[in-house]
Write a new protein. Structure first.
Length: 575
């Protein structure tokens, strides 16, 4: 007896019912299960093709078994078939027919509704929600042959031709080996259009990151929008290799190398005056390569200080620090907290004809004309420290380091700040006071920290409440006091809001709002640093100087109606 196969398992219930109903002999069914797998076709197709059972009888049984509607193929009018969604390859491969479209729903006639891979293929190709209707497999095959003969080139007519011809730097000059991996030109065209569509959709939806993720039985594409990952699509798993190969070709990676991570970059020109860069990283996983794309929009550096969301006092501290002839301005926060945008906004303010600015970044995220930007490359010995040493021989006024990672870099940066240069950089700490103690823990003497650092900014990005649907909410006073609200707040009066959700937003939020902790190194704070005070002592001094911490800044944003207490508690803590 043949070993039970995955096909047997998939059609176990249906095969049993066909035998019990007397439509197929048990011996013939066992043979059909084995042979259909060998031929790599569905059990239903095999039964109808070999005239073991009639298509009409199977269709009625399927409609009863799955509860799907049954359609008479003869009633389908070819004139009303949505030909823009008629892909010859998919239609023939899975023996299905898209016959009606209503809004975002596409109705598809199938002889075998258990073919989930077929439904995924249609959904991927059309971008629509699929509604399946059961049809006689035999009649359906004949109609498909008739329609496909007269519409052989209709598979991609509904897609915007511009999707295939987008101006993408570095994507199409691959050698023959690359082309063999990606596929033939005929197979590649839909992939090219689909990937371009995904990139454009990500930009339109305001995504910051794109994740292309292969799993054992599925492939998932997710966008990070307003700091939250959301599923965008689930293309057929069979396209995993082609999607990753296409993205790697576009970003000028070696597509024949799948064993190690790679970095690349894509430049997408939307118009003569606007281009969007994508920073791309590939990573080998258990079931294929995962690719992550970070969207780098140069226009974000041109937002201006007012768009960042600083409170008036915080903005003044930031601007005053930028105007100082020397010293350090440090920005801290976790990945994705907007540090890069804050740094570039500051550089854009300082970018003048009479000022020499140099930056060392890993990698350069946004290209700014008038600024000398260096890509750090540790493999060839170009580190933050070596770049910084070179900058000091390049007659600079302002130096920006993407990150202070080690003692050598920190020492040179401090020395530069003490010898007439303005230094901007970032660290990964949770708060402004912790940034100063981190430098000391790296090995920088307390005196040098106190005399070189002018300003420290800790920041987070929270989701902004949708102005169209947010609604007022009341909390008990003890709860608000516990969260940090003061009697002065209650005396002034304020209204808090909570998210609702509408057709203009996602879950009641739309966009981001910056939350900042801006601490000037005053003589009092400098004294604590030189006395080797810890971050708690510095935080107490910061509070005494009147600089609100992250939680207090978040509460101010909530009282202004910009975000919710739930969001503040999520990103900066509730206690």
């Amino acid at each position: 007896m043949a070993t039970p196969s995955s096909n047997t398992l998939s059609f176990g219930g249906l095969a049993k019912r066909l035998v019990n109903e007397g439509l197929v002999d048990a011996t013939a069914m066992q043979k059909a299960l084995v042979e259909s797998q060998k031929e790599q076709i569905s059990l239903i197709s095999y039964l109808v093709k070999n005239k073991i059972a009639k298509g009409a009888q199977i269709a009625h049984l399927l409609a009863d078994e799955f509860g799907d509607p049954l359609i008479d193929v003869d009633a389908i009018d070819p004139e009303f078939i949505p030909k823009e969604h008629l892909d010859e390859k998919i239609v023939k491969q899975y023996n299905l027919l898209p016959f009606f479209k209503r809004g975002k729903r596409l109705f598809v006639a199938m002889g075998d509704p258990t073919r989930l891979d077929a439904i995924d293929a249609v959904r991927f190709n059309t971008g629509l929600n699929i509604e399946t209707v059961i049809a006689d497999e035999e009649k359906l095959s004949k109609m498909i042959e008739k329609i496909v003969d007269s519409n052989s080139n209709a598979s991609m007519e509904g897609l915007d031709d511009d999707l295939e011809n987008l101006d993408i730097t570095g994507g199409d000059d691959s050698d023959k080996k690359d082309k063999d991996i990606v596929g033939s030109a005929e197979d590649e065209a839909p992939i090219v259009k689909y990937v371009n569509k995904v990139l454009l959709d990500a930009i339109k939806m305001g995504a910051s990151d794109l994740h292309f993720e292969p799993y054992e039985k599925a492939y998932r594409i997710r966008f990070r929008i307003d700091g939250v990952l959301r599923e965008y699509a689930r293309p057929p798993i069979q396209l995993s290799g082609k999607l990753s190969a296409r993205l790697k070709v576009m970003s000028q990676m070696d597509i024949s190398e799948r064993r190690v991570p790679q970095d690349g970059r894509i430049k997408l020109k939307l118009s003569k005056s606007k281009a969007i860069d994508f920073r791309v990283n590939s990573m080998p996983t258990l079931f294929g390569e995962k690719l992550c794309l970070r969207i780098l929009d140069p226009s974000s550096a041109m937002l201006g200080i007012d768009m960042l969301g600083y409170e008036p006092d915080q903005k003044k501290l930031f601007m005053d620090a930028l105007e100082k002839p020397q010293g350090m301005l440090l920005i801290t926060g976790p990945t994705g907290s907007g540090k890069t945008v804050s740094l570039y906004t500051g550089l854009n303010i300082l970018n003048r004809e009479d000022t020499n600015i140099s930056t060392a970044e890993d990698p350069v995220e946004i290209n700014l004309e008038g600024i000398n930007q260096v890509n750090v490359n540790a493999k060839v010995g170009l580190t933050f420290a070596s770049a910084l040493k070179a900058f000091l021989r390049q007659d600079p006024e302002i130096i920006m380091l993407g990150e202070i990672r080690d003692l050598e870099t920190a020492e040179i940066a401090v020395k530069a700040a003490q010898t007439g240069h303005m230094v901007l950089s970032t660290l990964h700490t949770n708060s402004a006071p912790e940034t100063l103690t981190r430098l000391r823990n790296m090995g920088i003497p307390s005196f040098n920290i106190a005399t070189s650092v002018n300003l420290v900014i800790a920041q987070r990005l929270g989701r902004r409440l949708c102005s169209a649907c947010k609604k007022p909410v009341e909390y008990p006073k003890p709860t608000l006091v516990e969260m940090g609200f003061t009697e002065a707040d209650f005396a002034k009066g304020f209204t808090l809001y909570e998210p609702v959700g509408c057709d203009q937003c996602r879950d009641g939020y739309k966009g981001r709002v910056g939350i900042y902790e801006v601490m000037k190194v005053t003589p009092k704070i400098a004294r604590i640093i030189m006395e080797d005070g810890n971050s708690l002592a510095i935080a107490e001094a910061m509070d005494a100087e009147g600089y609100p911490n992250l939680r207090r800044s978040g509460l101010i944003k909530a009282m202004s109606g910009l975000t919710s207490l739930q969001e503040i508690a999520k990103i900066v803590g509730a206690d």
